[in-house]
Ligand binder design. Sequence first.
Ligand code: GDG
Length: 497
Amino acid sequence: ASAADANSASDDGSPPTGTDGGARSTADARSITVDEPTGGLTAGLDPVVKKTDGTWIAWGDGEADFDVTDERNCVAVPPDEEAYTLRRLDLSEEAVDSYYYGFSNRVLWPLCHGFPDLIEDRSNDFEWYRTVNERFAEAVADHATDDSVIWLQDYHLALAPRMIRESVPAGATVAQFWHIPWPSPSTFRHCPAGGPVLEGLLGNDLLGFHVERYADQFLDCVDRFLAGAAVDYAHRTVRYEGTTTRVVATPMGVDAESYDRGARSTDPDRLSDLFDEYGIQQGTMLGLGLDRLDYSKGIPERLAALERFFERNPDWRGDFTFLQKATPSRTEIETYEQYGELVRSEVTRINRRFETDEWQPIVYTEDVLPEEDLYALYRRADTMIVSPLIDGMNLVAQEYLAASVDGDGTLLLSNRTGAHDRFGSHALTIDPTDVDGFASQLEHALSMPPYERRRRMNTLRQRVFNGDIEAWMDTQFDWIRRVHGDRRTGDASAENS
Ligand code: GDG
């Protein structure tokens, strides 16, 4: 089974060729710039695809005037190493608005994160979503063979698996990883195109989620809403229209070694400059938050807990500073714009309440930081706060642990993240909506005896290293090989589990 055909779209409107993030390299002859965008999915997949020597199909930014089949839109990444081939699918502005900022992020994102009230079902969005999924399916079919493995990423491609299944040779295997949560049936019933979404996903031979509860909720939704689908809960398979889909939970990790290495080579002068730049006192106890500005990430809840903390602990004023790094995201969508405004105004209000001439309790920045700065801040942070209201996995928590090379530091982690399923009470568990409990955990973190901090950190780091991105990739490809083998021998039955 070949892992060599790793076809995917990237997340967050940030395809690997784009405008987001810093330019890394340029293929001069074609004048195509390769950027590394901010986003968990792309950050996680880039090393994976580099290792597979495959083809990555992703959408472009609507400015290119040649399509995916044109050789000019087919570039080696990075240009000087040719680790993999990137094929860009050019989408018009209207397509991006309806497909990405429409059905993907105004319907599927809020739905899967349990915010049905935020669903905006605009006319034409679903039709564009279907059209773009078709274009991806066509691009895959263009070069799929009987032995291909097609690996799709995320919620932007829910319809493509069935379309691909119907257009590629019978021996090819279709697999998908769904990076965000899957909701319960009581939430999923709000999906404007629930039937087609489920039917599309059941074109996969393999469908992966981060944690078991999302896999189980997916099976519950199929059972409840898709007539004709046979769900086998014991084997976690679904038989529908001639395809057997195996549903698995495979939690994603980070490239722990490179965070460890990056943190070890931190330049102290650079860190000190960074503190000066942000007006942070050099010797302060430092708390850190790092998120896309997204309503799922629980940033206002974190600010409320900080406010409660400073109310209850006036002695910490001047000695503890919280740095919140927030990356604006999907700002074309009003809900996101409003969320950003709420976060900024809360920071200002809380700072006014507690600040002194020399000190601000919360330092807030929307700067996109180079990785070196990220390593340095992760290493330096005495406590990291990860407080989403819900999160498929959360890579930031794992990056912090991997970069905590001094074996010190504490992690406050929301019990509503996939990451919490992996780390449990070795981190300091918080319920993001329980302001008092949250503030108490922060007090606990800042006053924890060093031996306990180190003991916890040691266990957490071991878990991050044991379940890193390579381990995730191995598990993915073990499953892919298995379903690929079943498909080729014609044995896709559940009994084979
Ligand atoms: C989705 C799911 C799931 C952030 N700011 C900067 C920067 N980042 C990087 C972080 C991290 C990534 O962005 C964010 O990853 P998360 O996992 O926290 O969140 P999502 O973007 O929502 O990702 C999530 C993930 O997919 C993978 O499956 O875990 O649940 O929602 O890597 O480091 N990187 C740099 N500068 C910044 O300023 N260099």
